[in-house]
Design a protein around this ligand. Structure first.
Ligand code: NAP
Length: 240
């Protein structure tokens, strides 16, 4: 019988986890909400690197690892591929396609925080939708800028920044209202793909705003890759 270790932390992973029976394990880093209504086992917290993960796979008699983590969670994806290899179990991954710029879009691609701040120099009101990283740089906000940072973490008010502690999905109407209320002149984003957070790009397009887009990190090769949850679930049924 297959015993799956599903590495999650995304809406797609939760959709897969909802289909797993009690013999399977859903693993979360512990940064977000931990679901309490699943049939499968849920474990929370790191494994201690790829060696720790390989030990866990062996100790728990896992026979298939599924990496359904976020496309920017490069460390756990690298660990999953390495540990599965070491423990001699297959590793599958959900590799959701990124968004593509559409006609008229003004995307400015950057590789890291340094390039990102350089790309923002000419702007005054960026909306950051990258997660928590900007919170570590609030003391470096250039004098001409006021930042809006949307992420999961609540923070006390800052004189030069507004922190919006909210969780997606975000609707088109909601994004339109936010962009109308604030005078954003640029959007900063990861190329996450999927529907849950795509509306901001549509509103940026409507308003002619540039998007500073952080490039995706390189992810390791795995035994099988799936572009959709449905394809992965179908293969999982076949594999028994
Ligand atoms: P990361 O840099 O790739 O991973 C950092 C460490 O967190 C890993 O080495 C591992 O610790 C632990 N970890 C990550 N995912 C785990 C999981 N599913 N189960 C157990 N341990 C896990 O990841 P990150 O970018 O900080 O993201 C953390 C979590 O948030 C991931 O599960 C990811 O799917 C989710 N998430 C990330 C983003 C994003 O933009 N990065 C966005 C949405 C959701 P050990 O080495 O100790 O095992």
């Amino acid at each position: 019988m297959t015993r799956v270790l599903l590495l999650g932390g995304t809406g797609d992973a939760l959709r897969i986890a909802r289909q797993l029976g009690p013999e399977h394990v859903y693993s979360l880093a512990g940064l977000g909400k931990v679901p309490d209504d699943l049939s499968c086992e849920v474990r929370v917290g790191g494994f201690g690197g790829s060696e720790g993960l390989a030990r866990y796979i062996e100790d728990q008699r896992i026979s298939l690892v599924i990496d359904a983590t976020h496309p920017y969670a490069a460390q756990i994806s690298a660990n999953a591929a390495k540990a599965s290899n070491a423990a001699r179990v297959p590793c599958w991954a959900l590799r959701r396609a990124g968004w593509q710029p559409q006609a008229g879009d003004d995307w400015r691609m950057v590789d890291d925080w340094t390039e990102l701040t350089a790309a923002l120099v000419a702007f005054k009101r960026p909306l950051f939708t990258l997660g928590r990283e900007p919170l570590a740089h609030l003391d470096e906000i250039p004098s001409q800028q006021f930042w809006t940072v949307r992420c999961l973490d609540a923070r006390e008010a800052h004189p030069r920044a507004r922190i919006l502690a909210t969780r997606g999905p975000f609707t088109l109407e909601g994004e339109r209202a936010l962009f109308s209320a604030e005078a954003f002149d640029v959007v900063v984003s990861k190329n996450s793909g999927g529907n849950a957070t795509e509306a901001k790009l549509e509103v940026a397009r409507e308003r002619g705003l540039p998007v500073v887009m952080l490039r995706r990190p390189a992810l390791p090769a795995v035994d099988r890759e799936f572009a959709t949850v449905a394809d992965l679930l179908e293969a999982l049924q076949v594999s028994g």
